[in-house]
Write a protein that binds this ligand. Sequence first.
Ligand SMILES: [Ca+2]
Length: 366
Amino acid sequence: MSGLNPGYRRHLSVAAARHCCDSDCGPGVRPAAQMWTLRRKRRMVWRNQHETRMSAHKIIIDTDPGQDDAVAILFALACPEALEVLALTCVAGNVQLEMTTRNARRICELAGRCDLPVHAGCDRPIGRDLVTAEQVHGRSGLDGPDLPEPLMPVQRVHAVDLIIDTLHRQPSGSVTLVAIGPLTNIATAFEAAPDIIERVHEIVLMGGAYAAHGNVTPVAEFNIHVDPQAADIVVHSGVPLVMLPLDVTHKVLVTRARNAAFRALGTPVGRAVADLTGFFGRYNAERHGADAAPLHDPCTIGWLLRPDLFSARRVNVAIETQSELTMGMTVVDWWGVSGHAANATFVHDVDADGFFAFLTDRLARL
Ligand SMILES: [Ca+2]
């Protein structure tokens, strides 16, 4: 326990002091009548969707929204027959935790899912200062569309506790963790309750790079670079792992035609996704001179729903945690020269046209 994330350790001591309960009256405390309405709405949505969710794959999305996180969340929520999103657990990454938690709720409300539990998690990496990416995502982390302030509450339960409790409560092997931010929450949960590791069905994460090189340093991808210690804990945990690195996400490019297809849906969600991906595109145009931006995080949901669109290879992946020069580099043993057993399914190629056709079709449902 001594190696736990300092923010989560502080949460544990505060929670113990006040005998924290599990009610959802967290930071956004609401009047009783408003809470009753929210709870009633939640029950109604649950009843409406219960039938279709019976056979759906249970997932928790651990996220730091982020425009591409937002599209990933919408993508998942558009497919309730295949994916049952149990909760969104937020982590500091693209922007500070307060903003990622705010943005997650804005996206839920855009999708008409104010019933979905949103939990705030770790506000800093395990062993390093937080690095954010406002230069990519804007000051809010979700610049682009004009989305209102969220009304739905943040759940009182810490995201790490939610992950632990869910994995204890659900049948072993039935819950997949979709990680589209730094791995701080998940690694902290693994450190606090190692017995949950064997209960995870698998982790599907966006992160890392091999032949694509880095996007925040010459060799490191952002999610891994922000918390390399967390990534190291996860890749060495023995949990079944699927990685969607820059090698594949840099092939999933939002061209003008693909952006126009989102807008042509003619729905609030379609317009918002066009605005989100358009903002992302402007950064890439200014920084890299590219006319199309990669859509990183939705690749995880695409993999879960349509693995036939992707190509992958079983490899050993290790994380650089010592050298400042190469901190957060994913060292991928592509040719099996290390003698170490494979610990990850490394996704490296995609049918991008098929991916965008599928994504756009599903977003039309919201
Ligand atoms: Ca993200």
